[in-house]
Design a protein around this ligand. Structure first.
Ligand code: ADP
Ligand code: MG
Ligand code: MG
Length: 252
């Protein structure tokens, strides 16, 4: 069973400390949601896990299956089974969606273990159907002229094709109308498996009406300040974040 373990993670950007001691464990079979006000460091956590060079880990540790994630290059992180939607390029001219997906999948599978074209196409068709994507999508150029909703759907298609062991999904719901939101949720829900763990980062609760997290964490001031079950997300939706600040004596 896959396991991502984050211990007392501190991260700085250009010398300024943004993450101030994040602790979290995500295991296979679990869906975690991180919610929190804007500007508190949620995306910084995702970028640091991805290995973005601008984000300097100043202390703490991150392991995937007890291996040091922070020592790995970005492509090694993917091979270790970590998926971050945003690690994939937003636009590469001249590369179709399908070409890109196949090379990403083969890069992950490794030399000598490439997927056959027939098998790849069969899988792609099936997943595109579940995501209610038009067939023409496969042969369009990667992200070129995609609407916001199409980009999000495409991220979920990448997720479903690459079958990672742990996925970090940052703001996959932003800018989606309700129908697109439901489709994105359907894709994520289809991934539910004991061999798959998921961390969903979101500013809004509404996505969690369609993807039921097992654990909900409140993120403030660069760390997780409170954890609970799905009922926590509902309370945040109804009452906002002020009560958490009061409860914990956090000043703005
Ligand atoms: P959230 O995702 O919770 O809205 P972010 O992680 O995007 O928050 O941002 C947290 C803080 O880090 C903000 O003060 C933001 O200005 C700063 N920050 C994030 N990314 C960068 C960056 N690439 N360069 C400089 N500052 C950044
Ligand atoms: Mg600390
Ligand atoms: Mg963010």
């Amino acid at each position: 069973v896959p396991k991502l373990t984050i211990k007392d993670l501190h991260v700085a950007i250009e010398g300024k400390e943004i993450l101030k001691g994040v602790n979290l464990e995500v295991k296979g079979g679990e869906i975690h949601a991180i919610m929190g006000p804007n500007g508190t460091g949620k995306s910084t956590l995702a970028s640091a896990l991805m290995g973005h060079p601008k984000y300097e880990v100043t202390s703490g540790s991150v392991t995937i299956d007890n291996e040091d994630l922070l020592e790995m290059e970005v492509d090694e992180r993917a091979r270790a089974g970590l998926f971050l939607a945003m690690q994939y390029p937003s636009e590469i001219s001249g590369v179709t969606n399908s070409d890109f997906l196949r090379s990403a999948l083969n890069a992950k599978r490794g030399e000598g273990n490439e997927i056959s074209l027939m098998k790849f196409i069969r899988q792609l068709d099936k997943k595109m159907e579940l995501l209610e994507m038009d067939e023409s999508f496969a042969t369009r150029y990667l992200n070129e002229g995609f609407s916001g909703g199409e980009k999000k759907r495409n991220e979920i298609l990448q997720l479903m094709m690459l079958q990672p062991r742990i996925a970090i999904l940052d703001e996959i719901d932003s800018g989606l109308d309700i129908d697109a939101l439901k489709v994105v949720a359907k894709g994520v829900n289809s991934m539910r498996d004991p061999e798959f763990g998921c961390l969903i980062i979101t500013h809004y609760q509404r996505l969690l009406n369609y993807i039921k997290p097992d654990y909900v964490h409140v993120f403030m001031q660069g760390r997780i300040v409170k954890s609970g079950g799905p009922e926590l997300a509902e309370r945040l939706e109804a009452e906002g974040y002020d009560w958490v600040k009061e409860e914990l004596g956090i000043e703005d």
